[in-house]
Design a protein around this ligand. Structure first.
Ligand code: TRH
Length: 397
């Protein structure tokens, strides 16, 4: 029988470091672990926390963190302990309770762990980290406490958001500097193109588009419009769920890593799925980013380039108000015609209407300016990891 030990008291070399456990159940795709891993890395590197991540799907994790070993039940990656979580009962080989416990996206903690939290001398700070939504109600619910029905424990709901009064979104301290360095260096850009596509950077007249999306019926029409566009379009497609549509368009059996195809004015490269920093570089190297889900949607905002969001589809179209709520923030100060064009394009990319590339392109100067301004506005809400760490510290006192 395992005994409950406070996990922070075990690190003799860093006795004062706050111990944090993050529990992540992968529902689908890469966003669940993508967000948790980014948060874990930030809490460790920027706040000096001693972080452990419990994750039930090492395969999804491995895609965005190739240094992970699939066979290991417990391992340390970049100073962070990773436990393969056999939910619901498993909580590591030894039961250790952290100072701060983050239950991501409503995944249920092992009951044995919750019981140990209640028995701990110093009650842990317990967060339920929610999915990102730009809707107005989020600010009202952010940081609401929820007492446990049986134990003397309180769970706090932490809501990411795009507006004041929410938990904000993740942004590493070094991010703007890294982007500025990449954008200022023709050498870095050239090296990136050569390494990522095997080709030199395209001429300045080309519009570079990155495409990360789910299966999307609007893709066929857009690929045709790019093929027929007056100016060259260079398309960068990380291998994934939209690759089938690109393969069909080029009449190829697959559009797998390393593939390159040309039709008319469209030239497309299939890219390998990279680690998370590699994905940021792809966003910086592109003029327009098609992103999806949650984490890439946030990264596109920090890349400060015009972007198009394929929102994660939910039953009963529950995602559509979320799409419009994000547009309301992002497009707020755009001139009316550019705002309408952007909304039409995002709606078309999410199932309503046909995307009109020529119209979107006409508004690019305004969209570029807005993308840069918005990154500044969003930064005012504060970084999620910093907001969470600050709140946790007030509770740990
Ligand atoms: O993979 P997603 O579609 O994840 C989604 C969303 O999180 C959604 O909210 C959730 O409900 C659903 O999963 C279950 O999209 P997202 O959120 O953008 O996550 C992708 C992650 O993959 C992100 O961290 C960026 C990363 N990535 C890489 O690291 N390398 C790559 O080459 C690419 C294309 C992405």
């Amino acid at each position: 029988m395992s005994s409950a030990t406070p996990h922070s008291e075990q690190a003799a070399d860093t006795p004062t470091a706050i111990a944090c456990d993050i529990f992540c159940a992968v529902i689908d795709n890469f966003g669940d672990i993508g967000v948790c891993w980014r948060l874990a890395r930030q809490l460790a590197s920027e706040h000096g926390w001693q972080v452990r991540v419990f994750v039930d799907d090492l395969h999804a994790f491995h895609k965005l963190c190739p240094s992970l070993t699939l066979e290991h039940a417990r391992q340390t990656v970049g100073g962070i302990v990773v436990e393969h979580w056999h939910e619901p009962a498993h909580a590591g080989d030894r039961l250790e309770v952290a100072d701060v416990v983050i239950e991501a996206f409503g995944c249920e903690l092992p009951s044995i762990y919750v019981a140990a939290m209640a028995a701990r001398e110093r009650t842990p700070v317990w967060f339920n980290l929610e999915y990102l939504s730009a809707e107005d109600w989020v600010a009202d619910f952010h940081l609401r406490p929820s007492p446990h029905p049986r134990y003397p424990l309180t769970k706090t709901f932490f809501f990411p958001g795009l507006g004041p009064g929410t938990g904000g979104v993740l942004k590493e301290r070094h991010l703007d500097g890294a982007r500025a360095a990449f954008e200022a260096s023709p050498t870095a850009r050239r090296a990136w193109w050569q390494q990522t596509t095997g080709h030199a950077p395209p001429p300045a007249a080309a519009t570079v588009v990155s495409l990360f999306a789910y299966e999307n019926p609007a893709a066929d029409s857009l690929l045709e419009q790019w093929r027929d566009s007056a100016d060259p379009v260079v398309l960068l497609v990380p291998e994934g769920r939209v690759s089938g549509a690109v393969a069909r368009f080029f009449e190829l059996p697959a559009f797998a890593t390393g593939a390159h195809a040309v039709r008319g004015n469209l030239s497309a490269h299939a890219l390998a799925f990279t680690d998370q920093p590699g994905y940021d570089a792809l966003l910086w190297a592109s003029d327009i980013n098609f992103v999806r889900g949650e984490d890439s949607f946030v990264r596109a905002q920090w890349a400060a380039k015009p972007f198009v969001w394929h929102i994660y589809p939910q039953a009963d179209d529950a995602h559509l108000p979320k799409l419009d709520a994000a547009l309301a923030h992002y497009a707020r100060t755009l001139p009316a015609d550019a705002r309408d064009a952007l909304a039409r394009f995002w709606h078309a990319w999410n199932g309503t209407g046909r995307p009109d590339w020529a119209e979107f392109q006409r508004h690019l100067p305004a969209l570029k300016q807005r993308a840069a301004d918005w990154a500044g506005e969003l930064a005012q809400v504060g970084d999620l990891a910093g907001n969470l760490a600050l709140f946790a510290k007030t509770q740990l006192k």
